[in-house]
Design a protein around this ligand. Structure first.
Ligand code: PEP
Ligand code: MN
Length: 375
């Protein structure tokens, strides 16, 4: 069953400067200089279609920086006047909506912590009644598609037809490589239920770590999402919020240049394809294998430090025989060939030995160098 939403196409409310559609800007507006300078650099890349900045920040714990507040609206105005970039901010109350509209903000977005709460969403929707402004709704923090749909419906029922959804990943108790688990299936389900609803991915909040942003961005494009929202700061190392997941405007431009844009027709039919579905399952498993390898290597590092502290050799033949024997037996029971399991374990083992050797040698090299300088 399809959702009954009244939606206008993305092209009716945002001019895409270059493909893919990119909304970028700092997690938070911190100072007028930081915001305006970041906006200039972003505009100069020619790849950004709208400037984002949080001015009312929903923080997990009290006492953290909670946003610069309404003064940030003046800074956004200036950034827009000087760069021509349309602006977008997060709104979490009816008052935020009124203030943002009064200040001429072009696009509003509802944050993940608001989407979870129908009271909040309804308050925002009521403030939007009778206004013609585009609104983007982030998925709720928890993996609940109905809450996401409910929020989109509330805003749409208030008469907002320039509507988009933002996929920013979901909280999970289990610690993984991502700050927020992508759970792509939920976004794909939304797309299937509302094919006309533009879907934008927020790789920054999914990743929580700038190194993963490119990977998540490519995946989002391959799933036929229509755009990306990426946090960009003039100097991420000193950002007041979400420092680890922001990139400089120059790094952002490079990241975008490395993305492969696939043809929409192929992408759309891919989604429906059985083959695409199977590949999707494989990708998930590959992600998991890599993630588990990273976890394994972290433990190897602890073992390496322990062996070093206690003067134990890196290689203990008995232990390796035991791993190999057990693994091959287990693999056989799961219908993997002996040759494959053996090769796989050997590869993992070789990397573990390499890592431990690195640990053993680290200080040894340092000591040798010290001896030389004191000689
Ligand atoms: C943000 O975009 O800075 C933000 C607070 O995001 P989210 O609502 O996805 O946590
Ligand atoms: Mn953020």
């Amino acid at each position: 069953m399809k959702l009954d939403l009244n939606i206008q196409p993305l092209s009716s409310w945002i001019k895409t400067s270059s493909e893919p559609l990119l909304i970028a800007g700092p997690c938070s507006a911190e100072t007028e200089d930081q915001l305006v300078a970041t906006a200039h650099l972003l505009a100069k890349t020619g790849k950004v279609s709208a400037l984002r900045a949080g001015i009312w920040k929903p923080r997990t714990r009290p006492g953290e920086f909670e946003g610069i507040g309404s003064i940030g609206l003046e800074w956004l105005k200036r950034a827009k006047a000087e760069t021509g970039l349309p602006t977008t901010v997060e709104v979490a109350t009816g008052k935020h909506v009124e203030e943002a509209l009064k200040a001429g903000v072009d696009i509003l977005w509802v944050g993940a912590r608001s989407t979870v709460n129908p009271f909040t969403v309804q308050e925002i929707a009521d403030a939007l009644r009778g206004v013609d402004v585009p609104v983007m709704v982030k998925n709720p923090v928890n993996p609940d598609l109905s809450l996401w749909i409910g929020a989109l419906e509330r805003i749409n029922n208030a008469g907002i037809t320039k509507l988009a959804a933002i996929h920013r990943g979901f909280s999970s108790y289990e610690k993984t490589a991502f700050r927020n688990e992508p759970m792509w299936d939920i976004a794909i389900n939304l797309k299937t239920l509302a094919p006309e609803l533009p879907l934008i991915c927020d790789p920054s909040h999914i990743s929580g770590n700038r190194d993963l942003i490119g990977y998540i961005s490519q995946k989002a494009l391959d799933l036929d999402m229509q755009g990306l929202m990426i946090e960009s700061h003039i100097d991420p190392s000193v950002a007041w919020t979400d420092a680890k997941q922001q990139v400089t405007p120059a790094a952002l431009a490079e990241l975008i240049d490395h993305l492969t844009l696939r043809k929409p027709e192929i992408r759309s039919s891919d989604l429906k394809d059985k083959l695409a579905d199977l590949r999707n399952q494989i990708d998930k498993i590959d992600d998991l294998v890599i993630q588990k390898m990273a976890e394994r290597m972290q433990i190897v590092e602890q073992i390496g430090n322990y062996k070093k502290a206690n003067n134990i050799t890196i290689l203990q033949v008995n232990r390796w025989d035991e791993i190999l024997g057990k693994g091959i037996k287990y693999g056989k029971a799961l219908k993997l060939s002996e040759e494959f399991t053996e090769k796989l374990l050997e590869l993992i083992h070789a990397e573990s030995i390499r890592k431990q050797t690195e640990i053993m040698n680290k200080d040894a090299a340092g000591q040798a160098a010290e001896k030389l300088t004191h000689a």
